[in-house]
Ligand binder design. Structure first.
Ligand SMILES: O=P(O)(O)O[C@H]1O[C@H](CO)[C@@H](O)[C@H]1O
Ligand SMILES: O=c1cc[nH]c(=O)[nH]1
Length: 309
């Protein structure tokens, strides 16, 4: 057993993190989708100082966010050095900026699930403590001005249930998908009077599909009417759902299993009560995508600077 894996036996971090007992029997753990391994990399030296993990779907957006965090935390790379992607595969992109690890998760729950399994193990091997994870993304809004930011209170499934159902060995494992309410309020209070966008706390519906799964009329197939769609979307609104996306359920479930504090902050790129197609110009979308990043960066800066004092 590698030294970094020994810590898991005692769970020296005092937190839950990776609870799989089989990991203790492994000579080496290859984090295949990152191209990292407990034998080939000194994970504690590489990642030991990490306190925050920020994740979003697109690798390019995560690179932009990592550069933004570099500026926000007033960190400088040695002369001639560029921020580099730590992953040696093209499945995910990963950047480290001081205490902040930035990782892309791709689209949908299967993709974020693989990334989270590996990143939770990675940070356990690195013996990280007191972690906070954020998903910073985009979503469809419900009854909100496009460009608004939604902080998720609870992630719910298509039946508005706050559970994630994982299929393992032919059975279903159900886990809760509530998120830390205090953290949601803290993120809300990271808004600033000068912000050109609204920010609200609401429930988020997470689906397995962008088109029919989210009640769109513009997919390749559609077996319901516009009236059916509107009835469903109004039902969502009436139970407090303010946005729809595709990862929060799995993210919240895995954070609960790992005992890690977590938040989901997404910008609405359209109002689903008004349409299905995303028609906002690219440049404006890029600016909107920075909004959840700004809110989370303020939270991280505030927390990090307090700890340094
Ligand atoms: O938050 P980002 O990464 O933009 O992801 C959102 O956008 C994708 C669909 O366009 C889904 O993965 C959804 O959750
Ligand atoms: O409508 C939307 C927009 C972004 N992401 C989604 O999952 N749905």
């Amino acid at each position: 057993m590698e030294a970094s894996q020994e810590g898991m036996a005692n769970n020296s971090s005092g937190s839950a993190m990776a609870t799989n007992p089989h990991l203790l029997q492994m000579e080496e753990d290859v984090l295949y989708h990152f191209g990292l391994s407990t034998k080939k990399n000194n994970l504690q030296a590489m990642f030991g100082e990490v306190k925050f993990v920020c994740t979003g779907g697109s690798s390019a957006r995560m690179e932009v966010f990592a550069k933004f965090m570099l500026e926000e935390l007033h960190m400088h790379l040695p002369a001639g050095m560029a921020l580099c992607n730590i992953c040696s595969t093209d499945r995910y992109a990963m950047y480290k900026v001081g205490p902040v690890l930035v990782v892309s998760h791709g689209m949908g729950m299967p993709s974020i699930s693989i990334m989270l399994h590996e990143v939770i193990k990675l940070l356990e091997y690195a013996q990280c403590k007191d972690l906070t994870f954020f998903r910073i993304g985009t979503c469809g809004g419900l009854g909100l001005k496009p460009g608004s930011v939604v902080v998720t209170e609870t992630a719910v499934d298509y039946k508005f249930e706050p559970v994630f159902e994982l299929q393992a060995l032919g059975k279903i494992i159900s886990t809760p998908t509530n998120l830390n309410k205090d953290l949601a309020q803290d993120l809300l209070s990271c808004s600033d009077q000068s912000d050109e966008f609204d920010i609200v706390v609401g429930n988020t519906m997470c689906t397995n599909d962008f088109y029919e799964g989210q009640g769109r009329l513009d997919g390749a197939f559609c077996d319901y009417t516009e009236q059916d769609k509107m009835n469903y979307l109004h039902e969502l609104y009436n139970v407090g759902i303010r946005n729809i996306e595709m990862e929060s359920l799995c993210f919240a479930s895995m954070m609960n299993r790992a005992g890690i504090k977590a938040g989901v902050v997404c910008v609405t790129i359209l109002d689903r009560l008004k349409g299905d197609q995303v028609v906002t110009p690219k440049e404006e979308l890029r600016r909107w995508e920075e909004r959840p990043q700004t809110v989370v960066a303020r939270y991280i800066k505030g927390t990090f600077e307090k700890k340094l004092k």
